[in-house]
Structures are given as structure tokens and as C-alpha cells.
Ligand binder design. Structure first.
Ligand code: TRP
Length: 448
């Protein structure tokens, strides 16, 4: 067999994995979920889950990838023939995410142009009017999707990776600067309190399930992505060190994004808490107001949305890659045919999601609008499920030692006991409980 390429160094691996992890999940999805689910309590739950379930799964996936040297579709089958279906299930998640990820990417593209042309988007109705119209959101959705497809077809991923080494630090700097600007505005103190101080009366299974789904989504866990990256990870480097760096980087960006948006909701809405539950639109309604209030806000706004766009693009490219690689593996068709097939599917389902905000806004699935439904199924149901099953596979079928021996190739594994307890018992049992109760609560069947 041909020798698998490995990343040139540890930094290369971390940057590539972090580039795929950092995206709309951190900048768009995390702040609106935190705002909706009680602020500080969501933050606390998220951090606890990241330190426990998140890191266990991250280490496990990278180790499985490096051990098997295979893509997720084949990796699970190589570990145990009867578990090949788990690889298929994991690979299916990006299939659900891709269409609506590109739709949101289209919203970001639109807002980049709005900032450049100086159109006034700093009103409450601008965004809702925009997404409920028919043609315009679809056009920007196509633009974003076509760029993603072209990158994958022409394989310019390398170039994108190099560019992200420059642009991602810039995004970090701008996010920090915006957070500082926002938290020093009058009226932001109430928002800071809401975001940073946990209110335990808001703790519910629904909150924990939302945080768990967000964690997996944001770190690209439980969908085979980190297995793929792990298969390219050098045998010489420490898995745990790399895993922790990715987790810390990804979480830091999400926390900052919340700090940039949530206090701003308070200072620009005059403390109106209803604004907090606005959901997916939060970033698009609040940030234009922040930019309108800033000196040189138009330039900074344009630069900011451009960087978000870039972060979204690096992620959408890897989502599409993951699907295309899976299809080529499974159906043995050409890369071009696979990419085009996925594009057609993406356009169709993304269009349905977009119209779900406009002419089809009456259509609801289990009480969700179309985009929220796909998001719920993929992130709140499928990801926890795949995460849980991965733990069961490692804990009971191939046994934790299979993973631990891979980790120990590069020195002692300090958290061995913790890892075994987590992967066998704590993680699967808790994820199962959170999943079932969270779903029941989301549908109003359970209320504790
Ligand atoms: N983690 C990415 C983000 O935070 C989103 C994402 C979900 C992703 N699934 C993926 C990225 C698969 C790459 C591959 O935006």
C-alpha cells in the first residue's frame, strides 16, 4: 500500500484540524445557543462537557485514525467487522449539515457585501426581511456553495490552508478587539452578568443536550472528521497534546464570540431579554448595530464578515471533502461525479431550507422550521448518538487498551484510569440519559 502522507509537523496537523473545527459553529451557532439557553449556565455546562466528553472523544478519534490509517468509513470496519455501520452513520452527519451550512455561509457572504457597500443593515427588520425573501438569499447561497465546490474540484485546499495561517490569527485579533469594544459600551454590564454568571435555575436536560450537540459540532467530533485527520497524524507526535490544543483553541474562539455578541444584545436592545432568544439570526441582527456604532465601523465590519466568511469556507470545504471522500470509498465513482452529485443534493436541500424562512414558513417539522429541524436532527440527535456508540465500541468491543496502546506509543498516558472510566461507563451512560431526556424535553413531553 502507498504510504499515507503525514502532516509536515505537529503544528501543521493542529492548524489543519483547528481550521476545520473553527467555523460557523464557533462564531454563529455558539453565541445564539448560549443566549437562548441561559447564558452563564450554558457556558459552564459547555466547559465541563468539553473537559470531559469532548477531550475523551477527541483523543479516541485521533487515535483510531492513526491506528487504522483509514478513513472513517473503513476504520470502524477494520476495528470490528460488525461495526462498519457506525462509520456510515458518522459519515452521514456531514451530509445533513452541508446544505444548511452553505445557506448560512450565503448569509455571511451577503453581509460582507452589505458592509462593503455601506447599506444600512443595523435595524431589527433588515435581516428577517432579507431571509424571508425568495431570490436574494438563494443567489448568495449558490455563490457560497459554488466557491466551496470549486475549491474541492480543483483541489486548491493546500492554498487555502496556507492562507488560513495568516487569516485565522487576524480573525482572532479582530474578535478580541470587538469583544473589548462591546464590553466597554454603556449597558453591557447586564449582558456580561448574563453571559458569565451561571443561573442554576435555568439548568435543564434541554440545555445540556444543546451544549453537548454544540460541543460535538464545533469540534467536528462524532462525524469521522477527526478520524480522518488522525489517519494523517504522525506516529512520532503525542496525540493528547495535539488534542488539547485543538480543544482549547476551538473553545477560546467560541467563548470570545459570545463575549462579542451577548453583551452587545443588552446594550443595543436596552436590556430587552426577548432579543436573546432570536436564535440563528442573533449574529446578523446584533453585529451590524455594533458596527454602526463604532468609529470606522464599516471598514471593520467588512473585514470582520470577510474573515467569518473565510472561516466558514475552510469548514464547508472540509465538510464537502468528507462527504465526497466517503462516496468515492463506498461507490467507487470519480471525484468529479461525486462532487457534482453532492452539489446538486446540497442545492436542492439548501433551497428548501431557505424557502422555509419565506414562502414555506408555515411548514414545520415536529415544531421546528426546516433549517432548525435539520440542525436538531444532526446535532442534537445524531452526534450524541454516534459519540455514545463510539464509546461503547471502544469500551466493550475493541477494549480501551486498543486506543491506549496507540496513545502510549509516544510516552505515558497520564489520564489512563480517567479515560477508561469515561469511555466505558460515564460517557455512554450520561450521553444516553442526556439524549433521551433532552429530546423529550424539547418536545415538551418531559418537564423537570
Ligand atoms: N466544526 C465546524 C464549525 O465549527 C463545523 C463542522 C461541522 C465541520 N461538521 C464538520 C467542519 C465537518 C469540518 C468538517 O463550524
Amino acid at each position: 500500500m502507498e504510504k499515507r502522507n503525514t502532516f509536515s509537523g505537529k503544528l501543521g496537523f493542529i492548524l489543519a484540524a483547528a481550521g476545520s473545527a473553527v467555523g460557523l459553529g464557533n462564531l454563529w451557532r455558539f453565541p445564539y445557543l448560549a443566549a437562548k439557553h441561559g447564558g452563564g449556565i450554558f457556558l459552564l455546562v459547555y466547559i465541563i462537557l468539553a473537559l470531559t466528553f469532548g477531550s475523551v472523544l477527541m483523543v479516541t478519534e485521533i487515535a483510531i485514525g492513526r491506528k487504522t490509517q483509514l478513513s472513517p468509513l473503513s476504520a470502524f470496519g477494520a476495528l470490528n467487522k460488525k461495526w462498519k455501520w457506525l462509520g456510515k452513520l458518522a459519515t452521514f452527519v456531514p451530509v445533513l449539515i452541508f446544505p444548511y451550512y452553505c445557506l448560512i455561509g450565503g448569509w455571511v457572504t451577503k453581509y460582507t457585501t452589505v458592509m462593503i457597500t455601506g447599506e444600512n443593515a443595523a435595524t431589527d427588520s433588515y435581516f428577517t426581511d432579507y431571509i424571508s425573501s425568495t431570490a436574494n438569499p438563494l443567489i448568495w447561497f449558490f455563490v457560497f456553495l459554488v466557491i466551496t465546490v470549486l475549491v474541492v474540484l480543483f483541489g486548491v485546499n493546500r492554498g487555502i490552508e496556507n492562507l488560513s495561517k495568516v487569516l485565522m490569527p487576524l480573525l482572532l485579533i479582530i474578535t478580541i478587539a470587538l469583544s473589548v469594544f462591546v464590553v466597554t459600551r454603556p449597558g453591557s454590564a447586564a449582558g456580561m452578568r448574563y453571559y458569565l454568571l451561571p443561573d442554576f435555575s435555568r439548568l435543564s436536560f434541554k440545555t445540556v443536550l444543546a451544549a453537548l450537540g454544540q460541543l460535538f459540532y464545533s469540534m467536528s467530533l462524532a462525524m469521522g472528521i477527526m478520524i480522518t485527520y488522525g489517519s494523517y497524524f504522525s506516529k512520532e507526535e503525542k496525540i493528547t497534546g495535539a488534542a488539547h490544543k485543538i480543544e482549547i483553541f476551538d473553545t477560546a474562539i467560541a467563548l470570545l464570540a459570545g463575549l462579542m455578541i451577548i453583551p452587545a444584545v443588552f446594550s443595543f436592545s436596552g436590556g430587552d431579554e426577548a432579543a436573546l432568544s432570536s436564535g440563528p439570526s442573533l449574529m446578523f441582527i446584533t453585529l451590524p448595530k455594533v458596527f454602526a456604532a463604532m468609529p470606522a465601523g464599516r471598514v471593520i465590519g467588512a473585514l470582520f464578515f470577510f474573515l467569518v466568511l473565510f472561516a466558514a469556507l475552510t469548514s464547508s470545504v472540509s465538510i464537502l471533502e468528507a462527504i465526497v471522500a466517503g462516496i468515492i470509498d463506498e461507490f467507487k465513482i470519480s471525484r468529479t461525479a461525486a462532487t457534482l452529485a453532492v452539489s446538486v443534493y446540497g442545492i436542492a436541500l439548501g433551497t428548501v431550507c431557505s424557502l422555509g424562512f419565506g414562502i414555506w414558513s408555515d411548514v414545520t417539522l415536529l415544531g421546528f422550521d426546516i433549517l432548525d429541524f435539520l440542525d436538531f436532527v444532526s446535532n442534537s440527535v445524531m452526534l450524541p448518538l454516534v459519540g455514545m456508540l463510539t464509546c461503547v465500541l471502544v469500551g466493550f468491543v475493541i477494549k480501551p487498551d486498543a486506543v491506549i496502546s496507540e496513545i502510549e506509543l509516544n510516552g505515558p498516558f497520564g489520564m489512563k484510569k480517567f479515560y477508561i472510566a469515561m469511555v466505558k461507563w460515564i460517557a455512554p451512560v450520561f450521553i444516553f440519559a442526556i439524549l433521551v431526556s433532552g429530546i423529550l424535553q424539547s418536545f415538551g413531553i418531559l418537564s423537570i
